[in-house]
Design a protein around this ligand. Structure first.
Ligand SMILES: Cc1cc2nc3c(=O)[nH]c(=O)nc-3n(C[C@H](O)[C@H](O)[C@H](O)COP(=O)(O)OP(=O)(O)OC[C@H]3O[C@@H](n4cnc5c(N)ncnc54)[C@H](O)[C@@H]3O)c2cc1C
Length: 378
């Protein structure tokens, strides 16, 4: 293995969608010496396992800080996708058809009426459809559906193509990428980051970005940022011609059509430690919940299954921004169920924080300092 350079301006730990998007942002923002360190290969963990749905409105109960962050990031996607295509030639297949939240029982229907109500009052695009209108739009929807809520602006991206585009982009921009290199610990002296200790030796740096997904708590700084893995299993069906044009979502499951005929059926939310096993119980619950949306999927072949680990912080909200106690340490982690959605805005705001030293007010509610009462013994 080639020897490594001993220093960088900024070290990024983690080569998932978040680390890659930030590396690109920093390089485009004029940081010359960016080093991204990934302990395995780029983009093979949660970011690879995801469904690529960009659904801030579908999942929101109120117009809170997280909702604003999520909508802002979703709305960056068209320009983000276009810029990546121009830089790399990789089309990330941003599909703007929209999402149908299908109500399959009375409780679901009550839920979509409430959601339609507050979002309409907030001036957001949303359209309540009765059962006949929903089935006219997507005939594969179950005959027993009560209706659906159409979210024209909640869209999807092919997350694996997104990872390829980002990897390609950071390469072209001259980011130093070290794969198969584990960051073992942070080197901190006099409350300032000095560098990292890696499995291939030390690397000095002025700033570090912790983007290590569900493993971020293993790199404690002044406090432990508590993040746990939440396993999500997925089934990949083959649907040629494609069964649905819209993403079909219910409170229990979802179906995501891809351009090449894959139809993703997800998912589970399990506390199973760091195990990425696909289980009979997981598969059976996904099938039950997605057959309910469209019984027609029973006819489709299963072509693949996998599982990934969502990084969930103790309070379920992302951990974004500079650590107040140790100079030079910046967090970009804990994106839980929304890391693909939040990647463009995370990259923009973290780049701004490092390059211009400006912390956007959008980041304030997600500061890592909210966990500062959980000290680390060194
Ligand atoms: C089944 C499933 C479906 C999902 N669907 C969606 C969706 O539709 N939309 C959405 O927005 N989000 C979705 N998510 C969530 C999304 O995948 C995550 O929020 C996102 O991928 C997190 O990105 P990340 O870069 O932080 O983490 P990861 O992709 O997990 O990357 C972290 C990287 O850090 C590396 N690393 C860890 N520790 C070290 C170390 N010490 N040294 C060096 N490298 C290290 C790891 O090897 C890994 O490559 C889904 C997740 C799952 C599992």
């Amino acid at each position: 293995m080639a020897s490594i350079k001993g220093s960088a301006d900024v070290v990024i730990v983690g080569g998932g969608v978040i680390g890659l998007a930030i590396a690109r942002g920093l390089a485009l923002g004029g940081v010359r010496d960016v080093c991204l360190i990934e302990r395995a290969t780029l983009g093979t963990e949660a970011s690879f396992a995801a469904a690529g749905m960009l659904l801030p409105q579908v999942e929101a109960d109120a117009e809170d800080d997280f909702f604003k962050l999520a909508c802002r990031s979703r709305d960056l996607y068209p320009s983000f996708a276009e810029a990546l295509c121009e830089e790399t030639g990789v089309d990330v297949e941003l599909d703007t058809t929209g999402t149908l939240y299908v109500a399959l029982n009375e409780d679901d229907h009550e839920e979509i009426e409430k959601r339609c109500d507050w979002q309409t009052r907030a001036g957001l695009s949303v359209d309540l459809l009765d059962a006949a209108e929903a089935r006219e739009l997507e005939p594969c929807i179950s005959e027993s559906a009560f209706g659906a809520l159409l979210f024209p602006r909640d869209i999807q991206v092919e997350n694996r193509r997104l990872l390829s585009a980002l990897a390609n982009s950071v390469n072209r921009l001259g980011v130093e990428v070290l794969t198969e290199t584990n960051v073992e610990s942070l080197v901190i002296e006099r409350d300032r980051i000095q560098g990292v200790q890696t499995s291939r030796g030390p690397i000095g740096c002025k700033s570090i970005v912790i983007a290590a997904g569900t493993w971020s708590s293993f790199l404690p700084c002044s406090s432990v940022v508590p993040i746990v893995p939440v396993r999500g299993q997925m089934i990949c069906l083959e649907s040629k011609p494609q069964l649905t044009r819209h993403v079909l979502y219910s409170p229990r499951g979802y179906l995501v059509p891809r351009q090449d005929g894959r139809l993703l059926a997800g998912s589970t939310s399990e506390n199973a430690g760091f195990s990425k096993r696909v289980t009979a119980g997981g598969i059976s619950s996904i099938l039950r919940n997605t057959l309910e949306i469209s019984p027609l999927i029973a006819l489709l072949p299963v072509v693949d299954t996998w599982a990934g680990l969502r990084p969930r912080p103790a309070d379920g909200l992302p951990v974004l921004g500079a650590c107040g106690e140790i100079d030079g340490v910046v967090y970009a982690t804990g994106h839980y169920r929304n890391g693909i959605l939040l990647a463009p805005l995370t990259a923009e705001l973290i780049t701004e924080a490092i390059v211009a030293g400006v912390t956007s007010p959008l980041l304030a509610p997600f500061s890592p300092d909210r966990f500062s009462s959980q000290p680390v013994l060194r």
